[in-house]
Design a protein around this ligand. Structure first.
Ligand code: ATP
Length: 280
């Protein structure tokens, strides 16, 4: 039995560069992995495929992204499926933190390790891209530039430990709905290049100034509690942004006094907060 951590992700930038012919959106994003992680148990050498998840909002069985990943892995290997997978969720679901995609990538890594690494990283990346747009990035490093529909990855320098305060306003959002809503709205793209360069030279001020997410207006339109949350945090003087398509938001590099103050605000407003940090 293998036990593997499946980390959450944080979009430091998210640029939406247009809709492609295949219906997907062309994006560019600087993504950092977080210490917040699901726990995935993988047992091989059994007949059939059994996937269970302990979260009531996440399907067990074929509806789980980890199931699709395992099925495609065994297809590539050219043998019938043989694994039992148990997922213990710690990452908030449908929040913009990429939990399902990370579980799927963790399963690909675990199965490949269990079988003695028969598939190259390129083959694993191909399978990952078939499972979902966000899956490949979870096979890359702790800080990565993601382009295309999520399949073009470049590891970035400057991944160091930074405190991150996650603030969830409640509810959930479908990624597809937010992208579709963004088609009708003016987009304000942040500069991934500026954030990547600032991370590389460890220029905290420049990182903070260039964080941003082009989906913010669309996500706020779909789920107005996000707009209220971001406005409250910004009025209080914090640099707060949306991760992915939301509804989870974050304050970057939050020191203990910020954590205390935002936690007090959260009690008043009914938000959930989680303290975590980026991976080195
Ligand atoms: P992204 O930012 O990649 O779109 P997200 O963080 O917003 O992802 P997830 O937590 O990955 O969202 O869940 C999205 C949907 O996928 C959920 O509605 C859930 O039912 C389904 N799902 C399938 N497998 C999983 C899994 N292993 N963990 C979480 N959700 C899963």
């Amino acid at each position: 039995m293998l036990r593997i951590w499946a980390p959450a992700k944080l979009n430091l930038t998210l640029e939406v560069l247009g809709r492609r012919g295949d219906g997907y959106h062309e994006i560019r994003s600087v993504v950092a992995k977080l210490a917040l992680a699901d726990l995935v148990y993988v047992e091989t050498g059994l007949g059939g495929l059994d996937v269970r998840c302990d979260h009531p909002g996440v399907p067990s069985g074929p509806g789980n992204l980890a199931y699709s990943a395992a099925l495609k892995y065994f297809e590539q290997l050219g043998c019938g499926p043989g694994a039992r997978i148990v997922i213990s969720k710690k990452i908030p679901v449908a929040a913009g933190l990429g939990g399902g995609s990370s579980d799927a990538a963790a399963v690909l890594r675990a199965l490949n390790a269990a079988y003695g690494n028969p598939l190259t990283m390129d083959r694993l990346q191909d399978i990952a891209a078939q499972v979902g747009s966000d899956v490949p990035l979870f096979l890359a490093g702790p800080l990565v530039l993601v382009e295309g529909r999520g399949e073009r990855l470049s590891d970035l320098p400057g991944a160091t430990r930074r405190n991150v305060l996650l603030i969830h306003p409640g509810g959930w959002l479908s990624t597809g709905v937010v992208y579709r809503r963004s088609d009708g709205l003016p987009l304000i793209n942040p500069s991934s290049q500026a954030v990547a360069a600032a991370m590389a030279r460890k220029d905290e001020r420049a990182v903070r100034q260039n964080l941003g997410n082009a989906l913010e207006a669309a996500a706020c339109d779909c789920h107005p509690a996000i707009g209220r949350l971001l406005a409250s945090l910004r009025r209080a003087g914090y640099t707060a942004h949306l991760t992915g398509s939301g509804p989870c938001c974050y304050v970057w590099d939050a020191d203990p006094s910020v954590v205390r103050h935002v936690s007090e605000m959260a009690r008043v407003h009914g938000w959930c907060v989680l303290v975590t940090h980026t991976l080195e």
